[in-house]
Design a protein around this ligand. Structure first.
Ligand code: F6P
Length: 547
């Protein structure tokens, strides 16, 4: 057994350092160092990462980099890009970077990727130009992606984030939830003759996707005839048998590889709906943006390496400062789904408690990730972030320009972003509250009663990530930044960031449950479960909706 990283001198030094910093306020850290911003921000064109409002000093960064070396991070980055089977529990390489960077993986992989890219671009071109049409001869105007998890969140985020870039008269739609509501809504408004459905599932075994795909198939077949389905369905999957069974035409299949994990798959054919929506040129820019970060990650010393620093600070906040959550706050409504995307990326990757060797970790791993775009979030949960009892780590992200240019709206968004970052870091001290209330004419009695409620403690750790605009290139870079940050965290925590056994148990149990009560539940808690099923049946009968 290797010595656990938590027993290393590098780890111990960070524990000691964190103990010393826990009682220090950001106000003091700033007061004592006029050059703090200079020392604690990194510009890597076109990105700016400002970590001066993190509860750190330059020494923290040095200690974290020491820990990165003690964890073997440089060698592990090489192994990742070389295509070693670092997903040890599934015996797989992790090479989604090969889908966007020619220097990842080997020549065979690169040739296969190239072939797949050409096939996708050709298909997208034909659909967008109207050369490929539906069974009635009408061009496709609506694309429905049926998929869930990584087969939904990535393409959905890209389509929404690049709304300004939609072209070719194509509107994307997404169906993921098993409860059928999304599909029902679409069936009300879409014309099947103008609709192309992508069944997007790496495994083609995912219950939700299969159920929704079957329902979509029934809808198209009902409206246009059974023979039409081959024209209105394509699939992205590695499961050819299942595609055969579903009736996906051979020339309508886009495959991928076992070295592409679901939550890392937007760069593959899983991104097809996005490529159809924004065109292959823009999609290539998205890939190029990610590639720029792959290059930066592999070639930049950790001191100036954005994803390495982001990952190390995430470890700092979670493991050494014991902050349980990370709020992701994009000041761009177009990044509305970024928090959801990062929830899967971070929590499915690093929500683990067993080391690579199978031992139990004795330190906290992935935080709970959550968030909303600012400024909306300011009017819902920021109150708790400012004055609640729990402290969260905060990632502020902001494009300097809005999607449609230098708008007054984006100026206001930036003002809010900076103002909030200041408030979280420095707070509002009692003396200042008293003085402001006095100046506003409050009596001594009013001040004594109200001032405690107005105090903001501050000292909330904030990272600011700024970039010029949410273009396809920037979006690709942004997602790659977080991907590599997650990788760095997984390396330090000595866990496998690339499996997801934790999603299996609930799925298995759900598939063994029947609402007709036949067969009756068995095993632990069977009586309680049976009672719930009886309740469902009773209520459904009362509501007259059948069993
Ligand atoms: O929830 C587990 C999971 O396997 C995710 O990792 C994946 O993104 C999602 O299900 C969808 O899987 P598939 O693309 O095989 O349908």
């Amino acid at each position: 057994m290797n010595t656990p990283i938590s027993s290393s001198p590098a780890w111990a030094a960070l524990v000691k350092h964190a103990d010393a910093l826990k009682s220090v306020h950001l106000r003091d850290l700033f007061a004592g160092a006029q050059d703090r911003y200079e020392k604690l921000h990194v510009e890597a064109d076109p990105w700016l990462l400002d970590v001066s409002r993190q509860r750190i000093t330059p020494e923290t960064i040095a200690l974290l980099i020491r820990l990165a070396h003690a964890s073997g991070l440089p060698k592990k980055i090489e192994a990742l890009f070389r295509g070693d089977k670092i997903n040890v529990t599934e015996g797989r390489a992790v090479l989604h970077m090969a889908l966007r960077s020619a220097f990842a993986g080997d020549a065979t992989i690169q040739a296969e990727v190239q072939e797949s890219r050409e096939k996708l671009a050709q298909f997208a071109g034909k659909v967008r130009s109207g050369a490929l049409r539906g069974s009635t001869g009408r061009p496709f105007k609506h694309i429905v992606n049926v998929g869930i998890g990584g087969s939904d969140l990535g393409p959905l985020l890209v389509c929404q984030a690049l709304r300004q870039e939609w072209s070719g008269g194509i509107t994307p739609h997404f169906v993921s939830n098993v409860d059928r509501t999304q599909l029902d809504d679409l069936m009300q408004s879409l014309d099947p003759a103008e609709t192309l459905v992508i069944v997007c599932s790496k495994t083609f075994t995912t219950q939700e996707t299969r159920a929704n795909a079957n329902a979509a198939r029934a809808w198209i077949a009902g409206a246009l005839g059974e023979a039409s389905t081959k024209d209105h369905f394509v699939a992205v999957s590695t499961n050819h048998e299942a595609m055969d069974a579903f009736g996906i035409a051979r020339d309508r299949r886009f495959t991928m590889w076992d070295w592409v994990g679901g939550r890392y798959s937007v760069w593959s054919a899983v991104g097809l709906i996005a490529e159809l929506t924004v065109g292959s040129e823009r999609f290539a820019e998205f890939l190029a943006g990610a590639s720029a970060i792959d290059r930066h990650f592999t070639a930049t010393p950790f001191e100036r390496n954005l994803p390495a620093l982001m990952g190390l600070l995430a470890v700092w906040n979670r493991t050494f400062m014991h902050l349980p959550t990370l709020a992701v706050l994009p000041y761009d409504q177009r990044l509305d789904r970024l928090p959801a995307y990062l929830q899967q990326l971070v929590m499915e990757s690093n929500g683990k408690s067993v080391t690579l060797e199978g031992g139990k970790v004795n330190y906290p791993t992935a935080p709970v990730v959550w968030g909303e775009p600012g400024s909306n979030a300011q009017h819902s949960f920021f109150q708790m972030l400012h004055q609640g009892t729990a402290t969260a780590a905060l990632d502020f992200l902001a494009p300097l320009r809005g999607s449609s240019g230098d708008t007054v709206g984006q100026d206001l968004a930036l003002q809010n972003c900076f103002g909030q970052a200041q408030a979280f870091a420095f707070g509002y001290e009692r003396e200042a509250v008293d003085a402001d209330m006095r100046a506003a004419g409050a009596t001594a009695e009013e001040i004594a009663r109200i001032a405690p409620h107005r105090v903001h403690q501050g000292n909330r750790p904030v990272s600011l990530l700024l970039y010029p605009r949410t273009t396809a290139h920037a979006l690709g870079s942004l997602l790659a930044l977080y991907e590599h940050s997650v990788f760095v965290q997984g390396v330090i925590w000595d866990i496998n960031s690339f499996d997801q056994f934790g999603v299996e148990l609930g799925k298995k149990l759900a598939s063994g449950i029947s609402l007709t009560g036949d067969p009756a539940p068995a095993g632990m808690g069977a009586a309680g479960l049976a009672a719930l099923i009886v309740y469902v049946r009773k209520v459904r009968d009362i509501a007259g909706r059948g069993k």
